[in-house]
Write a protein that binds this ligand. Structure first.
Ligand code: 5GP
Length: 193
């Protein structure tokens, strides 16, 4: 059985697309059963293999706007021509149950969380170099050139804002980055003998 100790309850992971946030999140969730990862809503279309309700809640723009008007989002932002938002209710629910909650969101959303939850831990995941990031983004063949350009432009902006975060973790070696995340989130891992 895996045991967990977590000092901070709400952790935000932000970083340019292609930096490896998804992989780090998967590894964290595997090691720490208690962590609850928020499933965001988005107006973007599913990529191949993505499942509604698991990777995202894929919504129409009308439904997304309705949720904004109903104060359904903890934060939301536009990114590369689509809207993304964290649903408020489940996050509050899990925090009230005492579970550590993880959000994987972009910069504008992280800024909103900082304003609304000053006690949240904001972690920025950075690439070793910008060139490395560009090759990772281009390696994901699912995006159009226009989408790639838009993601690269946003990546530059996000990297300039990294000092606004409590912690910057450089994702060069994934295992080292994971250890850094665990340390900063106050997670301790051990398997019972
Ligand atoms: P992707 O389209 O690659 O899945 O995500 C694009 C960007 O949207 C990523 O930087 C991701 O962190 C961000 N994102 C995903 N969900 C949310 C959310 O709920 N709110 C905000 N603000 N950004 C999000």
């Amino acid at each position: 059985m895996v045991q967990i100790t977590s000092i901070c309850r709400l952790t935000v992971l932000t970083g340019p697309s292609g930096v490896g946030k998804g992989t780090l999140v998967r590894l964290l969730l595997k090691r720490y059963e208690e962590i609850w990862m928020s499933v965001s809503a988005t107006t973007r279309l599913p990529r191949e293999g993505e499942k509604d309700g698991e990777d995202y809640f894929f919504l129409t723009r009308d439904r997304f706007v309705e949720l904004i008007q109903d104060q359904g989002f903890l934060e939301w932002a536009e990114f590369a021509g689509n809207s993304y938002g964290t649903l408020s209710r489940p996050v509050h629910q899990k925090l009230s149950e005492g579970r550590p909650v993880l959000l994987e969101i972009e910069l504008e959303g992280a800024r909103q969380v900082r304003k609304n939850f000053p006690e949240a831990l904001l972690i920025f995941i950075a690439p070793p170099t910008f060139e490395e990031l560009e090759s990772r983004i281009r390696g994901r063949a699912t995006d159009t050139e226009q989408a790639i350009q838009s993601r690269l432009a946003r990546a530059r902006e996000e990297l300039m804002a990294k000092d606004e975060f409590d912690v910057v973790v450089i994702n060069d070696d994934i295992q080292v980055a994971l250890m850094e995340l665990e340390r900063n989130m106050g997670l301790t891992f051990r398997k019972d003998e």
